[in-house]
Write a protein that binds this ligand. Structure first.
Ligand code: GLV
Length: 345
């Protein structure tokens, strides 16, 4: 009987009884010891006696970076020829330097769409909290234990009425955010994408240039992926062109903003308040952001709910199962989707 193909599962599994159990029927599932280092991982890949040297498919989570480091050029080049797919659990795959995997014809998949609703819920929570200083009030209440003192110490917020929301990145998550925000009564939704959407897809949002979005928005909602083109899209110069008292909300990736520039702008009052679920130096959070009462922070909880995480894991397993059994993942990332080596599979 031929040996089962090797599947490496990097990072934890929250729902081991789900589709995950099917993977062990068709593959030899390997996990790393929790304290494994990048050097040990690389050594195992190179050791012909180690089953990892024959790995066919890898599943990985955001937090597995602590064992392997980034999936960069070195890791891509160290992968054995047997590897056909890396199935990432998450919509954002900025921990993977895709070009090197593409060069080696290794498929990379992510989990789009299933993350959109939960991330949008988180975004709306942060946006309303920043607009109304809700988190500021909670801090004051915890400090004084007296609701009158706390309310007096909390600045007045604003109503959505008359405000322009600028959606930087109107994709799956951006659309869900707009859908949730519309009933609150914001005056106008504008968006900027590199390419304008078909008007039937704009959902009442008005397409503007990046400069117009930056200078016209009262609230800037950030929903762009992190890659070499988008790092520090929001920097000191861009912030200087924003309206005074602008509010910034980010549930995408911290490094699309220059976090130090954001802190300076919050301290100077140029940026009135911010809602942040993601941080440039995760897992570390810049101390000033935690100290400023006008900033509401959540610890990258965007998709942290049972139903969504279950759907994400199911999609990772579907991708892995499809790769193991048919040689092709289901949700290939856009950078690889049109490559001839992939389309001809
Ligand atoms: O951060 C969450 C994701 O990328 O899905």
């Amino acid at each position: 009987m031929s040996e089962k193909p090797v599947l490496l599962c990097l990072g934890g599994v929250s729902f081991p009884d789900g589709d995950y159990s099917k993977l062990s029927q068709v593959s030899q599932v390997i996990t790393l010891e929790p304290e494994t280092t990048r050097e040990q991982f690389l050594a195992r890949l190179a050791d012909p006696k180690d089953p990892l040297s024959k790995v066919k498919v890898i599943t990985r989570t955001f937090s597995s970076i602590k064992n392997t480091g980034r999936f960069d050029q070195e890791i891509a080049e160290a992968m054995p020829n047997t590897l056909i797919a890396v199935c990432h659990n998450g919509a954002g795959y900025d921990q993977i330097d895709v070009e090197y995997f593409n060069k080696r014809h290794i498929q990379v998949s992510n989990t789009p769409n299933v993350v959109s609703a939960a991330t949008a819920d988180t975004h709306v929570f942060l946006l309303l909290s920043a607009l109304r200083y809700f988190s500021y009030g909670v801090r004051e209440l915890l400090k004084s234990g007296n609701s009158k003192i706390a309310a007096n110490n909390t600045p007045f917020g604003n109503d959505p009425e008359g405000k322009t929301v600028g959606i930087l990145g109107l994709g799956g998550i951006g659309h869900e955010i707009v859908k949730r925000l519309k009933p609150f009564g914001f005056a106008r939704f504008i968006y900027y994408n590199r390419h304008r959407l078909d008007t039937t897809q704009e959902n009442g949002c008005e397409y503007v240039s990046f400069e117009e979005l930056i200078s016209q928005s009262d609230i800037i909602s950030i929903n762009i992926p992190l890659n070499e083109h988008t790092r520090h899209t929001i920097n000191a110069e861009v912030i200087s062109k924003m309206k005074d008292n602008v509010i910034i909300v980010n549930t995408a990736r911290g490094a699309v903003m220059d976090e130090n520039a954001l802190v300076e702008a919050l301290e100077s009052g140029k940026v009135r308040s911010a809602g942040l679920d993601v941080f440039e130096f995760e897992p570390n959070v810049t101390e000033a952001l935690l100290q400023l009462p006008q900033v509401v922070c959540t610890p990258h909880l965007g998709t942290q709910c049972i139903e969504t995480r279950q759907k994400m894991e199911e999609l990772v397993y579907t991708n892995a199962l499809d790769a193991l059994t048919n040689g092709k993942v289901k949700t290939i990332i856009p950078e690889i989707a049109n490559e001839s080596w992939f389309t001809s599979l």
